[in-house]
Design a protein. Structure first.
Length: 138
C-alpha cells in the first residue's frame, strides 16, 4: 500500500467534511488559490516539519505544523467556515485513505488562530481571513 503525503491527507480530510464543503464547495487549495476562485475558500500549507529521533535513531514519527487560512467576504462566513475546519481537524486521530493510499494520523492539535482583514485598494476586494494553526503528528 502506498502512502499519502500530509498535504494529500489534509485535502482528503477537508474535502470529505460535508458541513465544510456545504460552505466552500471544492474551493480548498494547497498554497495559493487562483485569483478567480469564489468565496469562501481555504488555503493551507505546512510551515515546519520535524522528524522525531531518539538515541537509537529515527522514531518513524513526524511533527508538522500547518496553517489553514479561511478567506471570506463577510465576517460571519469566515467564522462559520473556520468552525467547520476546526471541527474537521481538531483532535483527529485515524487513518486517512484515498484509493489504495493511506496515512496514519496519530493526532492533530489545534494551536491558535488570528483574524485579519485585507482591504487592499488595488484589488478592489475586501476580504476577511482567519489563520488557523495546527500541529499534526503522523
Amino acid at each position: 500500500m502506498a502512502t499519502l503525503n500530509l498535504n494529500e491527507a489534509l485535502y482528503v480530510l477537508l474535502a470529505g467534511t460535508a458541513a465544510l464543503t456545504a460552505l466552500t464547495g471544492t474551493r480548498i487549495y494547497k498554497g495559493v488559490a487562483p485569483d478567480s476562485a469564489d468565496m469562501p475558500r481555504l488555503t493551507y500549507f505546512s510551515f515546519t516539519e520535524e522528524p522525531k529521533h531518539a538515541m537509537s535513531g529515527d522514531l518513524g514519527t513526524n511533527e508538522e505544523c500547518i496553517q489553514v487560512d479561511v478567506w471570506a467576504e463577510t465576517y460571519s462566513s469566515m467564522v462559520a467556515v473556520s468552525n467547520q475546519v476546526k471541527a474537521a481537524l481538531r483532535d483527529y486521530n485515524d487513518t486517512v485513505t484515498s484509493g489504495a493510499d493511506s496515512l496514519v494520523i496519530k493526532w492533530i492539535y489545534f494551536d491558535d488562530s488570528r483574524d485579519f482583514f485585507d482591504d487592499d485598494p488595488k484589488k478592489r476586494v475586501k476580504l476577511f481571513r482567519k489563520c488557523l494553526e495546527f500541529t499534526v503528528w503522523y
